[in-house]
Design a binder for this molecule. Structure first.
Ligand code: ADP
Ligand code: ADP
Length: 230
């Protein structure tokens, strides 16, 4: 059985049918690109996988468990990176350890030394070790997104979900950020699902592809099966 199993997942918002009967299985360690135009249902699918919303009908399991049971195993990268402007790259990365840190300790930034090492390791993975002490509001959009990825890695996820992680970046930065996601996933053997709307980037980085259109899964396959009409 797959690591992620989605069975007949349907999501309605009133009259809007955001997902229609979507089923797939993904194995541990796969790197999956969800390809589709705006409104296709990519965000809705990723939000269901990380428990931000629930399906109207159908079911999802992760590692044989429910989505809510696996919440700490799922790291999320968003289009808007939601880094904290006034903090350094390092302090932002450390916030990934919040779910293992008491509120009081986090207030005084008293993270465990293992978490501090994890934050440095994550910054190294995204090529920002030299910039660790820089405030993120002095960084480029691509660098800020890499800080967002580092934060997700510090959470020590098994599954990394990225919702249009490069949609607000210029093509060069987009390619670089996708490269760092790919490296991070390979280094840590993460199962990864990233949504993209650019076919070229998808071809460059994707291994397995889920193609979505109007809430339907219209393609599920590998690069050799990918035609230009997805
Ligand atoms: P994207 O197309 O980049 O995925 P959207 O602009 O469609 O993003 O959605 C941004 C946010 O607004 C999401 O949280 C989504 O759930 C919500 N949203 C999208 N469409 C609607 C809508 N018709 N009514 C209410 N909320 C919506
Ligand atoms: P994508 O990520 O591929 O752009 P979404 O999953 O954001 O697609 O949206 C799929 C459809 O569901 C769109 O028609 C969108 O407007 C609608 N939608 C998404 N979120 C909401 C929401 N919270 N309320 C109402 N409609 C929504």
């Amino acid at each position: 059985m797959g690591y992620i199993v989605a069975e007949n997942v349907t999501k309605r918002y009133g009259d809007i049918h955001a997902l229609k009967d979507v089923s797939f299985e993904i194995d541990e360690g796969e790197f999956v690109v969800i390809l589709g135009q705006s409104g296709a249902g990519k965000s809705t699918l990723l939000r269901i996988l990380n428990g931000l919303t629930t399906p109207t009908s159908g079911s999802v399991s992760i590692g044989g468990d429910t989505v809510s049971g696996r919440r700490n195993d799922v790291g999320m990268v968003f289009q808007q990176h939601y880094v904290i402007d006034q903090l350094s790259a390092y302090d932002n990365a450390l916030t990934g350890a919040l779910n293992r840190t008491s509120f009081l300790k986090s207030l005084f930034r008293m993270y465990d030394s293992a978490d501090k090492r994890e934050a440095l390791r994550a910054l190294e993975t995204v090529g920002l070790l030299e910039e660790a002490s820089q405030r993120v509001d002095h960084m480029s959009g691509g660098q800020q997104q890499r800080v967002g990825i580092a934060r997700a890695l510090v959470q020590k996820p098994q599954l990394l979900l990225a919702d249009e992680p490069v949609a607000s970046l210029d093509p060069g930065s987009a390619e670089s950020v996708m490269g760092y996601i790919k490296t991070a996933a390979a280094e840590r053997n993460l199962t990864t699902m990233a949504s993209l709307h650019q076919v070229n980037l998808s071809r460059q980085f994707g291994e397995r592809f889920l193609g979505m259109r109007d809430g339907e899964l219209v393609f599920d396959g590998y690069i050799d099966d990918l035609t230009t009409d997805v």
